[in-house]
Structures are given as structure tokens and as C-alpha cells.
Design a protein around this ligand. Structure first.
Ligand code: ATP
Length: 369
């Protein structure tokens, strides 16, 4: 397809082809060349892909509600569904001669592609729905991108939270999508209920309290046609993300930290009527900030690895493809352990956080700012 046709099919707000296509990056994977948009531009979502004659839209950004009582009725007018938000990594799976898994920023991840083929077995789905994409969260303690633990997941799994037309991005209605997922045996996030906006507040609060007690992430609230969405997350998630950010203080940006403190403050104002509870929460927040940072300073002083630790499992070919893919993205990795279990390799590695390691080392040696 030529650039003009591609621009029309993308339905972009860009007026000429150059305006948009200069922002696309040329990449290769599995011997195929494709073009990916690394950041949202001209009405086109981040991670949008053009591969041969096929367009695969990026997954849209989901706005965040800060105050449930005000945000839900002002954002939603019609009936809505509340689903669990799982803490993992966003993957789109589209069939382009074969199923390919794209990350949020539009890379084909060979490891995720191979694991998705094995665990979801999407061939039947794509035979009947060739132009749709599965929008999936890769979750569990053993993934190369996130490590959130879920009691029911030993290693990793793929949970389908959306099914969209791959070119227009138009979603299936929530209940149709859930039915389709059951039909094909795809795991999916739990549905807490359907509500009118004015009645949803109590339902969302109850879901959040229950999820928080189980240290789970939060909810995504969606209109029944699937088009409008908003997210809301738990206290335990805020603390987990702050602990993560402060464990790598010079790699995680200040915006990352500030936005999470703001959401924590608005939630505390809405949920904690009791002063003692608020004080306990403040104490836990302080621990989430200070303890991981001190641990990282001490680890640096003791010459330990500084960075995020991951464990992945798969066939030796899948593991090799993954490591090559991560090295291609200029990550510095330390491979700590490789073990075997039946036909699978289990690899523990650290994505080294060089800025944090080097900055802390400097302060420890020089003692001045
Ligand atoms: P965003 O750009 O949408 O703000 P983000 O990268 O900051 O994305 P999050 O804050 O984690 O991501 O929230 C959005 C992501 O939540 C979605 O892209 C999707 O991967 C994930 N998610 C998990 N469960 C669901 C669900 N039930 N419905 C929709 N998205 C879900």
C-alpha cells in the first residue's frame, strides 16, 4: 500500500503523509520488515504497526479516575461494566500469516509470540476472526517485563481483556467479547458487575477494598459497547509501584513518582475517614519510599546487582530469541542462573539499572551532591 492509502486507512489527523510517517520507525523481526509508531501522534495510538498490507492499531490510553464519587458520574453517562485490571504487560496479538505478539510500543516480541501461541492456541480464533486482534495482559511472576505475583498463577498466563478490529481499533461490546473468550477457552479478567453510573460508586469501592486486601491492582470501568474506559487502582498497587520506583530512584523519572503520590493522596482523602487509619497509611507509604531506597544504597555499597530481577521459562530457542530481543533494545543484562526442568530452561536475569547504580556509587565514593 502507498503512503497516501495508508494515511487514509489510519484515519489520522495528519494532513500530509510526511507529517505522520517521519515518526514511524523501521524495524525487523523474524525476517520481516515493519513500521512502528513509538509515541502517539496525529490521533494515532502509540505502538501502531504497518506490516506489509496490514495495519495494527495501538491500544488506546486509558484515562484514570482520581476521585470515584465525582469521576464516575462525570465520565460515564450510560450503563457500565467493572472488570478487574490485571498487573502485567499489554500485548496485542494479530494474525499476519501467523499470530504475532506486539508490545505496547510496537515491537514484535519473539518470546511472547511463541508463548502466546502455546498457551492461547489462537489459530481457531483467527481462522474465524482474521481481522480482529486479541488485546491481552501477560501476567505472572515469570515474564520478561513484569513480575506481579498472583496466587492462582505459578509462572505466567495470557488474559484477554479486549478484542478489537485490528485496523480501526473498534472494540467488541464487553459482554460479546466475554462470551467469545469463553467459547475459545481464553482466560479473562473477572467481571465485578454492571451498573448505572450513579449506582456504580458503592460497587467500585467494594471491589477496590477487596482487591486491595488481596494485593491486586484495581479495576477498569467500561461502557458496555467497550468504547469508553477509565481505570482506578488500589492502595497496595500505589505502594508497590512507589517501592519499585524508589528502589531504582535515578532510573525512574520524577513524573512517575509524583503521579503515584497524587493518586495515593486523593484515594486517602476519599477512603480514610478515620485519622488513625490515615496515619497508618502514611506510615506504610513512608516505608514504601524509604526502605527500598536504603536497600539499594546498601546493595550498591556491597557490590550487588542493581536493577529489576526477572525469571522466565521456555524452550532453549524461545529463551535465546528473548535474550537477543532484549539485547537488541540496548538493555544491559546480567544472567544470574540457568536451570533446566524437563524440556524447559529457567533463566534468572537482571535488567541492570545503570543510572541508579552509577549515581549511588558516585555519592557513596564522593559523599557530596
Ligand atoms: P495507559 O497509556 O492506558 O495509561 P499504561 O501503560 O500507563 O497505560 P496502565 O496504567 O497499566 O498502563 O493501564 C492500562 C493498561 O491496563 C492497558 O493497556 C492494559 O494493558 C491493562 N489492563 C489490565 N487489565 C485490563 C482490563 N480488564 N481492561 C483493560 N485494560 C486492562
Amino acid at each position: 500500500m502507498d503512503d497516501r492509502e495508508c494515511l487514509d486507512r489510519l484515519d489520522s489527523t495528519a494532513t500530509d503523509t510526511e507529517d505522520l510517517f517521519e515518526h514511524f520507525e523501521r524495524r525487523t523481526a523474524a525476517g520481516r520488515t515493519y513500521h512502528a509508531l513509538p509515541n502517539a501522534r496525529h490521533g494515532i495510538e502509540r505502538g501502531t504497526i504497518v506490516i506489509e498490507d496490514t495495519v495494527v492499531r495501538g491500544y488506546p490510553k486509558i484515562p484514570r479516575i482520581l476521585v470515584i464519587e465525582a469521576g464516575v458520574p462525570s465520565f460515564f453517562e450510560n450503563e457500565l461494566a467493572v472488570e478487574e485490571k490485571l498487573d502485567g504487560v499489554n500485548v496485542r496479538i494479530a494474525n499476519i500469516d501467523e499470530p504475532l505478539a506486539f508490545t505496547r510500543s510496537g515491537y514484535v516480541c519473539p518470546y511472547t509470540t511463541a508463548r502466546a501461541k502455546e498457551l492461547l492456541a489462537p489459530a481457531d480464533f483467527f481462522r474465524e476472526h482474521p481481522n480482529r486482534m486479541l488485546c491481552v495482559e501477560l501476567v505472572g511472576p515469570e515474564t520478561p517485563y513484569t513480575t506481579h505475583d498472583y496466587d492462582e498463577i505459578d509462572s505466567h498466563t495470557f488474559c484477554v481483556f479486549d478484542i478489537r478490529d485490528r485496523e480501526s481499533g473498534e472494540p467488541l461490546p464487553v459482554l460479546d467479547r466475554r462470551e467469545l473468550c469463553s467459547e475459545y477457552g481464553f482466560p479473562q479478567p473477572r467481571l465485578f458487575g454492571r451498573y448505572r453510573p450513579s449506582q456504580a460508586i458503592d460497587g467500585i469501592r467494594a471491589a477496590i477494598e477487596m482487591l486491595d486486601a488481596a494485593k491486586r491492582e484495581g479495576v477498569v470501568i467500561k461502557t458496555l459497547n467497550g468504547e469508553k474506559m477509565a481505570k482506578y487502582t488500589t492502595k497496595s498497587q500505589h505502594h508497590e509501584e512507589l517501592a519499585y520506583a524508589f528502589s531504582l530512584p535515578f532510573d525512574r523519572g520524577r513524573d512517575f513518582v509524583f503521579s503515584r503520590l497524587v493518586r495515593e493522596a486523593f484515594q486517602a482523602a476519599e477512603f480514610e475517614a478515620d485519622d488513625d487509619q490515615l496515619r497508618k497509611r502514611a506510615h506504610r507509604l513512608g516505608e514504601a519510599i524509604l526502605l527500598p531506597m536504603v536497600e539499594t544504597i546498601r546493595d550498591t555499597a556491597n557490590g550487588r546487582s542493581i536493577g529489576e530481577q526477572f525469571t522466565v521459562r521456555g524452550s532453549p530457542e524461545q529463551i535465546d530469541a528473548l535474550l537477543e530481543h532484549l539485547y537488541d533494545q540496548s538493555l544491559t543484562l546480567e544472567i544470574n542462573e540457568i536451570t533446566r526442568e524437563n524440556d524447559e530452561q529457567i533463566v534468572e536475569f537482571v535488567k541492570v539499572a545503570e543510572a541508579t547504580r552509577d549515581q549511588i556509587k558516585y555519592y557513596l565514593e564522593e559523599g557530596v551532591h
